[in-house]
Design a protein around this ligand. Sequence first.
Ligand SMILES: Nc1ncnc2c1ncn2[C@@H]1O[C@H](COP(=O)(O)OP(=O)(O)OP(=O)(O)O)[C@@H](O)[C@H]1O
Ligand SMILES: [Mg+2]
Length: 286
Amino acid sequence: MEGLPLVPPSAAVPPAPAAPVNEAAGAAGVGDVVHSPVMTARHVNVFYGGKHAVKNVSLDIGRNQVLSMIGPSGCGKSTFLRCLNRMNDTIAHARVDGSITLDGQDIYDRRQDVAQLRARVGIVFQKPTPFPQSIYANVAYGPRIHGLARNRSDMDEIVSSSLQRAGLWDEVKDRLSQLGTSLSGGQQQRLCIARTIAVSPEVILMDEPTSALDPIASAKVEDLIDELRANYAIVIVTHNMQQAARVSQRTAYFHLGDLVEVGPTDRVFTNPQQKLTEDYITGRFG
Ligand SMILES: Nc1ncnc2c1ncn2[C@@H]1O[C@H](COP(=O)(O)OP(=O)(O)OP(=O)(O)O)[C@@H](O)[C@H]1O
Ligand SMILES: [Mg+2]
C-alpha cells in the first residue's frame, strides 16, 4: 500500500470507465460501475436436467468489495455462487454454459486446474464444516496440499496469521491441538473462514454464512467480512436484508433464475429500479 494516497475508495474520483459496466444488466444495473473486475460472468445459464435454474446472468465481481446476492428461496443464488468456483461440477446432472473469467482467464477452460481454482476462489458454507481434526490441522490443510509452506515454522506462521485475520486467534491460541469441532458454532464458522484464507484466495464466496449463528456470532462474522474486503473480493448470499445493507457495497437481486437488478447497495435498497426488487425489499414478496 506504500505510496498510495490515503483516500477512501468512495471519496476518490473514479477513473473513466474503460472496463465493461455491467453491460448485460442494462437499465437494471443503473449506477453500477465495476472497474477492473476480478471476475466476470457473461450469459451464464445453469440447468439441472430440464430445470433452468440460472437464466442468462451477466455480473461482475469487483475487487475489495462485498457483493450481496439476495432473492426468494429457489431463485438460483446458491447455484450461481457455485458456478464461480465450479462447485456445480460435482453435481452430475448440472450443466453450466456461458462464460466466467477470473483475472481475465476462462475458469471453465479445459486446462483449468479445478483444485487451484477453488484455492483462488474459496467458499464458506451456511453450516460450519470443520474437518474432524485439530484446529491447527484444519487451517494447515489447504496450505499443505498446495505446498505453500516449506517447513513447520512457515506453516505455524500461515496458521497463526490466518486465524488472526479470521478474528479467532485470541480465542484458540492456547488450544490449537483441540478438535475444530469442539469450538462453538460461531467459532467454527470463523475457523472455516481462516481455512479459506490460509491459501491466499482472491475471492471468497459465502453462502448464508451466518444463518446458523446467533446474533452475537453473526455480528462478529459481519465485522470480519468488512475487514476482509480490504484484501479480498467477497460474494455473500444472504436472506437477511439488513445484513446485505450492512456488509455489502453492491447488491444483486435474483428472481426465478433471473438477475433482476444489480447496483450500489444503498441505491438498490432506497431506489430500486425494478418493481420485483421493490416488492421483495419492502416485504411484499418472498
Ligand atoms: N442439485 C440440484 N438438483 C436439481 N435441482 C436443483 C439442485 N440444486 C438446486 N436446484 C433447483 O434449482 C433452483 C435454484 O436453487 P438454488 O439452491 O440455487 O436456490 P437459492 O436461491 O440458493 O435458494 P435458497 O434461498 O432456498 O437457498 C431451485 O428450483 C432448486 O430446486
Ligand atoms: Mg441457497
